[in-house]
Design a protein around this ligand. Sequence first.
Ligand code: PLP
Length: 403
Amino acid sequence: MDSEMLNRHYSLLPETYLFSRIAQKIAAYRERHPEREVIRLGIGDVTRPLVPAVIEAMHRAVDEMATADTFRGYGPEQGYDFLREAIAAGEYAARNIDISPEEIFVSDGSKCDVANIQELFSPDCRVAIPDPVYPVYLDSNVMAGRAGEPLADGRYSRVRYMACGADNGFQPEPPPPDTRLIYLCSPNNPTGTVLTRATLEKLVAYAQEIHAVILFDAAYADYIRDDALIHSIYEIPGAKKCAVEFHSFSKSAGFTGVRCAFTVIPREMETLRRMWLRRQTTKFNGVSYIVQRAAAAVYSPEGRRQTRAVIRSYMDNAATIRSGLQQCGHTVFGGEHAPYIWWQLPSGIKSFDFFDRLLDKCAVVGTPGSGFGPGGEGFFRLTAFGDPGRTREALRRIAAMTE
Ligand code: PLP
């Protein structure tokens, strides 16, 4: 095949060798130490099953598909009304935010939505991303040719990196005024920290001033333990004029394998809303009826109660990890309103070297911070999705290593 015919921007993507190297190292360790149980605190996937309210709704929907009267074929690309109404009521009206079903687009995952949304914008738009962050925001813009050339330090020439570290309390400064797209993720993957109301007010006001669009990823909003913290960007005055919001049922209700999410584009951004509608009706054929019934059940009183209990159990793990590391004298961030704990390594230790050390000494696996951008170097991500007993055991081993 003639390479001229291929999208050359794909050749600019960072290698995904980090995660394959991790898998290789774990496999090699298991071969050397078959007697030792490896505890994985690196997984970004849920482990608990779907809650009963969701399962019951799925069963009912399956039965509906079995008879001609209630069988469903293609549904509306933007989602069934029953789910969009449940989201508008359960997610927004419940917080006194006025979002109507027409502003909500149901999809099969936030990953595709946050990756696809950039299609609506010109290839010249300057993009700002938090550093470190969920890599999809960057990679989707690299693929689209918006990121410029890769630099020696792992950054891209046209991307604005908004540093989020211990020195600024994980609160990014506004990017330069010619920025057009500002990605935000709160609670954050990988740092597990949250953006404050003051930061979001500043960024929303700034986005309006410079005519930028904020792309707000709220995949972990349900992990927030403090009602005073921002769950939706639309809690900030003016956000409806400049912000798109992404929500996923993956981590809030264990839908990583079921697949359901939604994106909100308010009427105040009507051109963009219509463009997304056009895009979705052209390129997407909707989420299955069974899955949408399952998602709607998350907003029922039992669904709410049951999913909250699962989240609480993950957050108990987060507390175990946080306090365990702190008791050993380590510096940690996050893990209070998110299932991620961001462990600051002693200065000079590279996150990948630390991965080796933790595996060798404790048979515990985490994720090197450098996998989430240059700003992640020197940090290590642990996740709260594991089994409680094994999570406690991992912390016992880490404490023994530290002694
Ligand atoms: N956004 C963030 C910040 C994530 O961490 C993830 C998954 O890990 C996603 C989006 C993807 O969500 P989904 O499973 O809905 O595609």
